[in-house]
Design a protein around this ligand. Structure first.
Ligand code: SF4
Ligand code: SF4
Length: 209
């Protein structure tokens, strides 16, 4: 399962690099637009499988952990959760201005990949995914309505928190009061990390009831 997921990620990364090399990287926005529609039905599959930033953040996160340079803290000024909208509007403004003034398409995705890697060297992946990423803010908005998503069968959950530890976006948390895990669909990448570690096999991709 893990290998297949990684292969899919590499395939999308290959497509992204190909479009970049042939100067058609603007087409990637078509992939992203389509993924927003899909997110309403199937959840944030783009973030978990197609996003080049996420794919490159995974090895970056591994390296940062090995080097012990990551902190658990989060910059306080990001805590409102609104900064993603600022980066989204800023990115659109930069793209329009560069086209109008410089008559060039600025490689905004490439710039964000570099930013994502640098931030992941210092902070947990959830900081970039949930609080900074301009694409994530839209995925979050559409993914909130996902009809299908990973969900926890609470009757089987033993509250061990193994799922929490492997979630890249803090989408799954164990409730303090009932000690049962719950998934926030708007944050879930459908990456199945939690499914793979759950000792009671109580997380399943299923329809919203
Ligand atoms: S890993 Fe499974 S059993 Fe443990 S808290 Fe998460 S959902 Fe519950
Ligand atoms: S680990 Fe589970 S809850 Fe977290 S993003 Fe992946 S599928 Fe969603």
């Amino acid at each position: 399962m893990k290998h297949i997921i990684n292969l899919v990620r590499l395939l999308f990364l290959g497509i992204f690099i190909f479009l970049l090399v042939v100067g058609k990287n603007i087409l990637w926005f078509g992939v992203f637009g389509l993924s927003l529609i899909l997110a309403v039905v199937f959840g944030r599959l783009y973030c978990g499988y197609a996003c080049p930033m996420n794919t490159l953040m995974l090895p970056t996160d591994w390296i940062a952990k090995k080097l012990n340079i990551q902190t658990d803290k989060m910059p306080k000024w990001l805590s409102s959760g609104k900064f993603g909208w600022v980066t989204l509007i800023g990115s659109i403004a930069i793209m329009i201005l560069s086209k109008r003034v410089l008559h060039k398409n600025i490689p905004i995705l490439l710039i964000w990949i570099v930013v994502a890697i640098l931030i992941t060297l210092r902070y947990k992946t959830a900081v970039f995914h949930n609080l900074i990423c301009p694409f994530g803010v839209l995925q979050k908005t559409f993914g909130k309505f996902a009809i299908f998503s990973e969900r926890v069968d609470k009757s089987e959950c033993i509250g061990c928190k193994k799922c929490e530890k492997v979630c890249p976006s803090t989408a799954i948390t164990v409730n303090k009061s009932d000690k049962k895990a719950e998934i926030k669909t708007s944050l879930c990448f459908q990456c199945t990390n939690c499914v793979q570690v759950c000792p009671t096999d109580c997380i399943h991709y299923s329809r919203n009831k």
